[in-house]
Design a protein around this ligand. Structure first.
Ligand code: AMP
Ligand code: ZN
Length: 470
């Protein structure tokens, strides 16, 4: 059973997709007015984990991540640089995809841009006007919140509540009620604009996501995600727009990740307390250390970002690499081939604990706890040279499964590659020859290994071979 904490119900719920075997999910994407900081990337990594866990459980995922390429900030940026809006956003869109690639975030099926979906937004606004949920004033169109009685059901806010601090409409257009929000903004000054039945103008931010999600995923779909700051007003408004237009439930499960913090404060552009992925790789950190750092904390816990935390993540990666290398090269002692070591049931426990953790509201830290306990135990039995051939195979298969979620290494990594069988055999024979003090034979075997293009490393944990660097 998979369960998620649903912001809408305020509880953990069993996850049952609307169509069996298939999950349709919408993840709010970047506003492309600047480079993403790693706080933004935390949200995308959380969504990557969600997607991978669904796939791990045999579900087919259709994911849509929008690109907000028209809003106040993108428009201001383009005007400041005196270039066209699409020219301004292109650079940040490219950088965004580069970040996703470096962080090994699985690709969504669709990355719709807001500016390519203006007709769909206009059609949705017309539906809302027809049903009395929207009204036009001075060439702009507003959503009438009082016409949607369940407004506030996601954020648990009511209309009278003070919404200071939220990302609210900065434009000063005339509205019926202060909390009504703009669906369409009348053309102003040099701003880009599109023709519409309400006059020239541009869409509001919230309508973009309602129109694009329903276009690609249907009027009701399974999962909608974002960072916690998206809950209000953005997602609240998406629900109001979509459900008022269709009279159907919009989304079944709403999942939100907590913020990445710096010294207890949200990492954000406006506070200036941010790092981009580029900033960190320029300091010598690998993107995979950043991936691991962001992935390894439960998404509903805030994470305080520090460079020390990143160092620690890099150390975990190095230890994991060592472990894989050691396991790959481990040669079960002759005679103990089929016999089980002291690992016993811990292998099965680790696999089931790992899977249980993931399915329990993406409890990755719990899942990793089981995995690392097993790593320690396997290291111990390898020290004693009692890991059997069968166990080695099972542990390797488990590593592959874990990597379906973590995606921290590839089969082609030079030192992770299987060493050919004869080289293994020579290494084992060489160890026996050395133990028997037959140094002539041990030297012969060393030469055979070197001629085959490998080097021998004698470590406190025994000898191992590596492919010689050209
Ligand atoms: P934006 O580009 O501002 O629309 O944000 C893109 C995504 O990043 C949204 O899902 C935000 O909720 C999320 N986000 C922004 N800042 C943070 C942060 N410090 N920690 C986690 N997620 C964030
Ligand atoms: Zn959105």
């Amino acid at each position: 059973m998979i369960s998620f904490f649903n912001t809408l119900s305020g509880k953990k719920e069993e996850f049952v997709p609307l169509r069996s075997g298939e999950v349709r999910m919408y993840t709010c994407g970047p506003t492309v007015y600047d480079f993403a900081h790693i706080g933004n990337l935390r949200a995308y990594i959380f969504e990557d984990l969600l997607r991978r866990v669904l796939e791990y459980n045999g579900l087919r995922v259709t994911q849509v991540m929008n690109l907000t390429d028209v809003d106040d900030k993108t428009i201001q940026g383009a005007l400041r640089e005196k270039i066209a809006l699409d020219q301004f956003t292109e650079k940040y869109i490219r950088a965004f995809f580069e970040d996703l690639k470096l962080l090994r975030i699985e690709q969504a099926e669709f990355y719709p841009r807001a500016t390519h979906h203006i007709p769909e937004m206009i059609a949705l606004i017309q539906r809302l006007m027809a049903s009395g949920h929207a009204y036009e004033k001075g060439g702009s169109v507003y959503y009438r919140i009082s016409a949607f009685p369940s407004y506030g059901k996601l954020s648990k806010k009511n209309l009278e509540e003070n919404i200071a601090g939220a990302r609210i409409d900065s434009d000063e257009y005339e509205k019926e009620h202060w909390s009504d929000f703009a669906l369409w903004k009348a053309r102003r000054g040099d701003e880009p604009f599109w023709p519409s039945p309400f006059g020239e103008g541009r869409p509001g931010w919230h309508i973009e996501c309602s129109a694009m999600s329903m276009k690609y995923l249907g009027e009701s779909f399974d999962v909608h995600t974002g960072g916690e700051d998206n809950i209000f007003p953005h997602h609240e408004n998406e629900i109001a727009q979509s459900e008022a237009a269709t009279s159907k439930p919009f989304v079944r499960y709403w999942l939100h990740c907590k913020f990445l913090l710096v010294d207890g404060e949200k990492m954000s552009k406006s506070k200036g307390n941010f790092y981009t992925l580029n900033d960190l790789t320029a300091k010598g950190y690998s993107p995979l250390a950043v991936r691991y750092l962001l992935l390894s904390h439960h998404y509903r816990h805030p994470v305080n970002f520090t460079l020390q935390g990143l160092e620690d993540a890099a150390c975990v990666l190095a230890r994991l690499k060592d472990f894989r290398l050691r396991l790959n090269q481990y040669v079960p002692a002759q005679g103990s081939g089929g016999q089980a070591s002291t690992l016993g049931a811990s292998l099965e426990e680790a696999v089931s604990g790992f899977e249980r953790g993931l399915c329990d509201d993406l409890n990755i830290s719990g899942a990793l706890g089981f995995f690392f306990t097993l790593v320690r135990e396997v290291n111990k039995v390898m020290d004693q040279n009692t890991l059997s051939g069968e166990e080695k195979k099972t542990v390797s298969l488990f590593l592959e499964k874990v990597n379906k979620i973590l995606d921290l290494w590839t089969g082609e990594e030079e030192d992770g590659r299987e060493i050919p069988k004869p080289v293994h055999e020579w290494l084992r024979e060489r160890q026996e020859a050395r133990r028997a003090k037959n140094f002539k034979r041990s030297d012969e075997l060393r030469n055979l290994i070197i001629e085959a293009g490998y080097v021998i490393e004698d470590t406190p944990k025994g000898a191992r071979v590596k492919k010689k660097q050209k």
